[in-house]
Design a protein around this ligand. Structure first.
Ligand SMILES: C[S@@+](CC[C@H](N)C(=O)[O-])C[C@H]1O[C@@H](n2cnc3c(N)ncnc32)[C@H](O)[C@@H]1O
Length: 227
């Protein structure tokens, strides 16, 4: 399967070029999510849900698996995990986590623990989880490369780590537009122009698959296996 559609994706500067026209710090991102926590489920709930369902269906969760959800937000995925696994959800926004706590209580979800933590500095030992999953998070965090390295570190050998996200389009016109709007979209929680080939090159990671999910096909499910 061709992971990338264009020769340009392999340009030699992939390992060093900026991954987005925008740079954000953790403090900025945290403030944005503290502000939008109240309306998150309305604005990013239904629109992003098809991708969440497809990702969960294809995850191959086995009874007893330990799963880490990075950037658990309002806990929108919490009721979707099978009850036979053990889920840990982390997020650094206290307000998003408060919503998540309300949701798991309301839905009676008992197999999840929620923790306040920075995705770039996970407090778990190496090789802790069978599956590490970041839904709609990697274009939100200040340092995507650091976060995916942390995801890999805490994943058990033989396990998988998975990123569900929008990345900069391979289409030049769309990519130009995404670069233009990215300085604005960071104020509602994400960079619109995260460069997938650059991200992979800088993290020094090779995914086993990259699959477009949901419609319009602007969301990618990127799966890595840890040897
Ligand atoms: C777009 S929301 C995704 C929420 C959820 N995963 C979903 O499917 O809707 C992104 C979440 O990542 C969290 N986040 C951003 N940067 C983070 C970091 N460095 N550490 C932990 N959480 C972070 C935000 O607080 C927010 O809750």
């Amino acid at each position: 399967m061709a992971l990338f559609e264009r020769e340009e994706d392999f340009r030699s500067d992939a390992a060093s070029r900026a991954l987005s026209v925008t740079v954000v710090e953790n403090d900025f991102v945290e403030r944005v999510y503290e502000k939008i926590a109240r309306v998150y489920d309305l604005t990013f709930g239904p629109t992003l849900h098809p991708g969440r369902l497809i990702a969960l269906e294809g995850m191959g969760i086995k009874p007893g698996d330990r799963i880490l959800e990075v950037g658990v937000g309002t806990g929108i995925n919490a009721p979707l995990y099978p009850r036979h696994c053990h889920v840990t959800g982390i997020d650094f926004s206290a307000k998003m986590l408060a919503k998540a706590r309300e949701r798991v209580e309301r839905k009676g979800v008992r197999n999840i623990r929620l923790m306040e933590m920075d995705a770039g500095n996970l407090s778990f030992p190496d090789n802790t989880f069978d599956i590490v999953y970041a839904p709609y998070v990697i274009s939100v965090v200040s340092d995507p490369v650091r976060v995916v390295r942390e995801m890999s570190r805490v994943c058990k050998p033989g396990g998988k780590f998975i990123v569900l996200n929008h990345f900069k389009s391979a289409n030049q016109v769309a990519a130009k537009m995404e670069r233009a709007i990215s300085p604005f979209t960071v104020h509602i929680g994400f960079k619109a122009d995260l460069d997938l080939p650059g991200f992979l090159a800088q993290a020094n990671l090779k995914p086993v698959s990259i699959r477009k999910v949901s419609f319009p096909p602007i969301w990618s499910l990127v799966t890595f296996h840890k040897d």
